[in-house]
Design a protein around this ligand. Structure first.
Ligand SMILES: Cc1cc2nc3c(=O)[nH]c(=O)nc-3n(C[C@H](O)[C@H](O)[C@H](O)COP(=O)(O)OP(=O)(O)OC[C@H]3O[C@@H](n4cnc5c(N)ncnc54)[C@H](O)[C@@H]3O)c2cc1C
Length: 422
């Protein structure tokens, strides 16, 4: 694919890219480092509450996970609700599940209200059972979500076939709250509405150092310095060495996506109702369409440099396994991005120093989570108590054997891709 695009979404998003130049003469209330969902949602919500916010992004808007992801707008966390309660306790767990359960609605309402051009399709996503064990897992999830009153349906194999167009699944969990978007369109839309609300955004600014002087933060890049009362690090899986020890708190894995050229939807019945889908496999895969009929298929792992053809073969083989009737399959784009996984699959909030916060480790669920954190931090910075944050603030805790885990997972994902490309 062309080097200048970081993903299909970068090329196809209808929202204009925004490149802002830094103006160092004005200090801010809040400096946000990172121009993805989290940073820009913080800027939008904060500016609306009257904060003077400046977002500094090292590359371009959406350069991290936000412009590269699959675009499944899911409710809840990676973990089933019952596990969230076990890990966080029923009070915090229940409140978090309720908040995140409502977030797809909130994301789609922001899109609607501000006419964000991002191919928004809110007609549910399907978690599809790749095996009988996978189906059991979905049954337990369905039971708990239904007990909580969420609009989810357990689909039989036949119903799953009619909604996905393939016989390969044992059943599925349809979540009617969820949907799909063009994620780059959404993140650029957030930038647009943040600017309109009065926030400032500067791109191409790689923050190199944070220092404290006279009760203010000094944010350094090159020879320049900006000052702010509060800093939000919204760098997530793209965290570098800016804050010592931060990138040691999660395991970085890759996820890749491959997009075909548009298929003739009149001839082939692939995801006929436009649902996004992912499966219950340990090394999961995902599938969705964009509004032009391109199929976007992805899985854990990366497009390995020099082995790009293997990834393309993987995509073609898997699409053929699912839809043997598909005619010629041509690949248009291939890309990957970083995901920050935490050992217990729950995101964290760290207070790294006075007036310096970071939410981190979204475990592959960032569209709703990042939007939520922006809202939550805007409220925190305008007076809400820390105790009301969705999860308690925890100290940094490095992942034991992180590099070894990262390397082993990278190897396992590459082997899996190789085997399934044969
Ligand atoms: C391939 C893939 C598929 C995914 N699929 C889904 C999905 O379907 N649904 C879903 O909800 N989530 C999905 N995710 C997860 C989701 O994309 C992320 O959780 C989300 O984008 C995180 O947003 P963020 O704003 O917190 O961080 P990011 O979008 O990663 O942004 C961090 C930004 O910080 C910048 N930065 C880093 N260091 C500095 C510095 N020193 N100075 C200045 N800037 C800096 C980076 O350039 C980057 O732009 C997926 C992720 C990937 C990679």
């Amino acid at each position: 694919m062309e080097e200048k695009y970081i993903s299909l979404w970068d090329k196809s998003a209808e929202e204009n890219d925004y490149a802002g130049h830094v103006e160092t003469t004005r200090d801010a209330d809040v400096i946000v480092v990172g121009g993805g969902f989290t940073g820009l949602s913080t800027a939008y919500h904060g500016a609306k509450l009257g904060l003077d916010i400046h977002v500094l992004e090292a590359n371009k808007i959406g350069y991290g996970g936000s412009g590269r992801n699959t675009g499944l707008v899911n409710a809840g966390l990676w973990l089933p609700p019952q596990d969230v309660n076990k890990k966080l306790g029923t009070e915090t767990g229940a409140s978090l599940i309720e908040t995140l359960g409502k977030m797809p609605e909130y994301v789609f309402s922001l899109i609607e209200k501000h006419q964000i051009q991002c191919e928004a399709t809110q007609n549910g996503t399907i978690h599809a059972a790749h095996s009988l064990t996978g189906l059991k897992n979905l049954e337990a999830r369905a039971q708990e979500w239904q007990r909580l009153g969420a609009p989810v349906e357990l689909l039989t194999a036949k119903e799953t076939e009619s909604k996905t167009g393939t016989k390969r699944f044992y059943g599925g969990l349809l979540d009617n709250r969820a949907g799909t978007i063009n994620p780059m369109g959404y993140v650029r839309g957030l930038a647009r509405i943040a600017l309109a609300a009065g926030a400032r955004i500067s791109t191409g600014i790689h923050v190199e150092k944070l220092a404290r002087e006279n009760g203010l933060w000094q944010v350094q890049f090159g020879e320049q310095i900006l000052r702010a009362k509060t800093i939000i690090l919204a760098t997530n899986a793209y965290t570098d060495n800016l804050w010592p020890g931060l990138k040691q708190t999660f395991t970085k894995i890759n996820y890749f996506n491959i997009a075909t050229t548009p298929i003739n939807e009149k001839l082939y019945s692939v995801l006929p109702e436009g649902h996004g889908l992912w499966d219950t496999g340990k090394i999961m895969f995902s599938l969705r369409k964009d509004i032009h009929g391109r199929l976007v298929i992805g899985s854990m792992g990366s497009i390995v440099k020099g082995m790009e053809k293997m990834s393309e073969r993987w995509a073609v083989r898997n699409l053929r396994r699912l839809y043997p009737e598909l005619g010629e399959i041509n690949i248009e784009n291939a890309w990957h991005g970083n995901i920050a996984m935490t050992p217990n699959h729950l995101f964290r909030i760290h207070k790294l120093a006075d007036n310096l916060y970071t939410p981190i480790g979204y475990n592959g669920r960032g569209i709703t989570t990042g939007t939520m954190f922006g809202k939550v931090f805007a409220e925190l910075l305008t007076g809400k108590e820390e105790a009301k944050l969705p999860v308690p603030i925890t100290p940094l805790s490095p992942v034991k054997g992180r590099l070894l885990k990262q390397n082993l997972m990278h190897l396992a994902f590459t082997v899996n891709q190789f085997v399934k490309s044969l």
